[in-house]
Design a binder for this molecule. Sequence first.
Ligand code: 5RP
Length: 262
Amino acid sequence: MAAELSPIDKAKFVAAKRAVDFVEGGMKVGLGTGSTAAWMVRCLGERVREEGLKILGVPTSSRTAELARKVGIPITSLDDAKWLDLTIDGADEFDSHLNLIKGGGAALLQEKIVATASDQMIVIADAAKEVAQLGAFPLPVEVIPFGWQTTKALIEETLVSLDVLGRDCTLRMNGQTPLVTDEANYIVDLHLTRIGNPRQLALVLNQIPGVVENGLFIDICDIVVIGHGDGRVTVRDINSGDDHDDRVDLAPGDNIFADMKE
Ligand code: 5RP
């Protein structure tokens, strides 16, 4: 069954499988959201069930919480855990500084809070997520529903004086109605094409009334594990400068992931 995985799913899977090697017994672990993070939750659940690994997970969305429960990972809230050893999450883009765009799965708010409250953040991604400059992926910004059109207009006005290529902003929809996040907010996607100064943009966006948080993760990620379709993984550590390739071999039993929806 493992042979039936598409190259992209295989890349996500091997990145996830390698990243859970960083988890040790007794750790409190932030559990990311998205299709790559879902592979990670499954891999971690497998270690909990088969090795008796003792960990406590803090999910970053209701759907990750549901999956964690399903695969047997004990979970708690961030307020209960207080501080985490490690968070493992996906990303929509990462650059050479390991700055990220996140929020494609609309969970950026909890993801940023959880990652920031962790000693270490590991991002898992397929190679297509690596970019020379952030911004091709629309930047998600979480806004409160009250006055969202005014907030969106203020964001558009603010972008005029910033180093970005595009300025189109769109409300994320879920069919005919606005998409509502776990925190009951909306998402405005900023189609910027190229972000010249991500640090400045992240700071400026969060000054706008009505903006709750933006999807730029600056200086938060420590390690990226990049999966490749041939089973190779590249592990890049921004703090030590280490950058090396490993290999993850797929076992026939890895077909337990075949029923995943994310
Ligand atoms: C969710 C996220 C995800 O981590 C990001 O969208 C990547 O998702 P995927 O692994 O499905 O490509 O930020 O809010």
